[in-house]
Ligand binder design. Sequence first.
Ligand code: GDP
Ligand code: MG
Length: 163
Amino acid sequence: PLPSVVILGRPNVGKSTLFNKLVGRRQAIVGDEPGITRDRHYGVVEWLGRSFELVDTGGIVPDEEAIIPANIFKQASRAIEEADLLLWVVDAREGITPLDEEIARHIHTTGKPVFVVANKVESAQVRTAAGEFYRFGFDRLFPVSAEHGTGTAELLDEILAVT
Ligand code: GDP
Ligand code: MG
């Protein structure tokens, strides 16, 4: 089977935008509306002649339920258990929120390798601010803009290096 990479994070940080950017098609539905119905959350990413499966857990857990982090881990538990790598997406513009702190705690309990993906990095100032997410003790942090596609090539290189 293909390596499985699972995208996690609180609502509105850009999980579906990142999923679409990496899969290369508009497969997930991106929206400002919380709780928008999403029909697609599995895709295959091809990069430098290799492939992996990408899962957008935001498509599995409705936004209103994802407000309670335990729900993300319960409803997406199958995907998380089978994951070879977790991508924890955070919003570098907003910075750390209480939900992020709770999600980080849950992620640590999985024992899975974790990349922190600091999204919405579109200025030097936000790039610097993104460093605050190192506080959670995950050693890999990737500043990206899923919308603009910056930083995603480096992220893909490193995903393939560890899977
Ligand atoms: P999700 O709830 O985590 O799946 O987040 P979405 O992908 O639906 O995105 C939530 C909002 O953030 C939308 O309005 C997106 O257009 C916006 N967004 C996502 N990625 C970026 C980014 O890299 N930069 C900026 N500025 N906005 C983004
Ligand atoms: Mg989404």
